[in-house]
Design a protein. Sequence first.
Length: 202
Amino acid sequence: MTQLRNIVLIWTLLTTTFFWTTTMRLVLKPEISDWRIFGVGGKGMAGDAWLPPLVALVALGAFYLEGRGRLRPLFHGWLLAWHGVLFALALYGTLLAGGEISFATWGLTLSFWWLVVPFAVFLGLAAWLVVHETRFGHQVPLFGWQQLNYKPLALAVALLPVAVVFFRLGEGFDGWVKIAVATTVLQWVLLVDAVGRPAARR
């Protein structure tokens, strides 16, 4: 059960990272922050700039609930909705003629076909995790609302000026900007770890 939880949470972490990195680009390098998910998107602070930070904030809140072991139905609902939406978007993208997803920062373009299967698999794993917890009496450990992992939180905060410097040094999507984006990816991992289950009790 612990292994299933870890697998689902790691995949969920990976799939939410894009919204944090996009948020940081919006704030720290708006001139290159051109993003779009089908008909939703924007450039810099124009357009739907509110969406990436909102999604990142909601996701971090969901990880916080998971780490506390409380309000489990709310976390379950978010988890199933998140992976269900990802699968639906990948399927929709696949059915479009030549449907592709691109990541400008890394110069990478993929067909949505490559996403349908993993998104379907992890939607199934997330559903199984929820069923296992709700139907088979799995005991989820409870922790206080104030119990956080302060070391990764401090490291995440310390990475902010590092990201600022690299974004300022970079132009377009050069090496400096790639390092800056990689820094924000690590920052997101640390933030999620900070709100997860207390390290001493894992």
